[in-house]
Design a protein around this ligand. Sequence first.
Ligand SMILES: *[C@@H]1O[C@H](CO)[C@@H](O)[C@H](O)[C@H]1NC(C)=O
Ligand SMILES: *[C@@H]1O[C@H](CO)[C@@H](O)[C@H](O)[C@H]1NC(C)=O
Ligand SMILES: *[C@@H]1O[C@H](CO)[C@@H](O)[C@H](O)[C@H]1NC(C)=O
Length: 492
Amino acid sequence: MTGSTPPRKSRGTSAAATGGGGSHDDAWQVDEAAKKATRVWGVSVSVSLWSHFSSFVLLALVLFVVLAVSVTTKNGDADAETQHAPPVPPPAADADATTVLQKALTTVSPSRSSAGDQNECDLFSGRWVYDEAAYPLYKESACRFMSEQSACEKYGRTDLRYQHWRWQPHGCDLPRFDAAKLLGKLRDKRLVFVGDSLNRNQWASMVCLIDTGAPELHKTINSSRSLVTFKIHEYNASVDFYWSPLLVESNSDHPLRHRIDDRIVRAASINKHARHWTDADVLVFNSYLWWQRPAMKVLWGSFDQPAAAEGDEYGVYKVIDSLRAYELAVRTWADWMEFHVDRARTQLFFMTMSPTHLRSDDWEDRRVDGGEAAESDERARRITNNNHKCYGEVEPIAAEGYRGSGTDMAFARAVEEQVQRLGARGVAVRLLNVTQLSEHRKDAHPSVHRRYWDPITAEQRRNPSSYADCIHWCLPGVPDVWNQLLYSHIVS
Ligand SMILES: *[C@@H]1O[C@H](CO)[C@@H](O)[C@H](O)[C@H]1NC(C)=O
Ligand SMILES: *[C@@H]1O[C@H](CO)[C@@H](O)[C@H](O)[C@H]1NC(C)=O
Ligand SMILES: *[C@@H]1O[C@H](CO)[C@@H](O)[C@H](O)[C@H]1NC(C)=O
């Protein structure tokens, strides 16, 4: 048996397969470069860790970082950091919004213990409502730790409607985010986001929600290898991000050098990562996009013994369908949870797939005249080839239940299966179902409005959709809603 399963045809058509990398992989590179820059200058404490500055402004960055290492406005000192970030009152709430808010706080009490509670409002089923008064929850420029990958306004986006959409569940309201209330729950505790850059996107949103919601507190960001720690000192609370894009061990684990096309996972090994977060009080996982290849190499040997396998680079591996590999990995993750997590103490969450908007013909009905078959549709699509991805999109998709071609529900089922298995063994994991609500938001990606490390080429500039990031999300924006969902469970 060679163990080579033919790759499923349906996969490999999304993120990772676009133009041999596309914005998906570019994003990783941006991170690499930024971190490298930070390390080169020997700065371990970096407020602007996620900022991506060219080498010409690196010195300025370092000076900024030195000044900002211990941002504190506790004693009312209006230092350099705060001059553009006046303390933000809770976003303007008119009478209506206040009522909604109070109603939300009193009526929504999602139960942590059971996913099958009949009376529980389904926060994941609803619609987007344009709400100029109450949203966004913070101003982009008010967040002192804003990620340069998500700072769409700063990077030239002028249509700002994407910031004003509120998620309205059918049948109840989403509780409004209250930083003080969350911090009260996180006192002396550790919340860790574990996963890929989408999870980091959510972490960055959480950092901004806390920073702008409690601007007077002393906060720092410190990073060490794969772990980034955001600490809120008065509360001895930390909100961390741990880089582990495939959850299990892989050859993409290096926080800097992880742009590897030929992906290899050790589907049965998670300990190398898990020891960094098993003591956490709240764990939030994700993993999806990095598996979007037709097939993956699954390794049963060790990455640490390259010499033992000269000519057979990594020892014993098999090329298998990536869904199958994902199932193995999620099972490893679940087994770890079962035996190592303190179930009395730790709250566990898994974020469902973050959808991408890499194919504009997904939402642009482009039927061939006369209602031809889907096949000729496909042909027409290939011939016209004018996919603009999410570039230029300024409105959400209205159609209820819309689903893009990049979302493979088989992966969601693999996670659900393990979550159910864990539940049967007394380990409660909450699936935060952000896929459907995010599907509608083709307008909410950075597109070309973010920091790119590689200079944009003249050719790319002529064809902006070629480098548009339609995977990650602008902040403030969609990940804030994901965090409101997380928040509603943590504080309940
Ligand atoms: C997520 O929510 C959507 C919309 O309510 C629903 O169709 C889907 O089944 C849900 N998925 C999970 C895993 O709960
Ligand atoms: C601070 O929080 C950590 C958990 O993140 C805990 O282990 C430690 O005891 C706390 N320190 C104090 C002084 O309470
Ligand atoms: C940041 O991390 C380094 C080592 O990784 C440590 O020496 C330093 O004390 C940390 N700083 C803060 C503010 O936690």
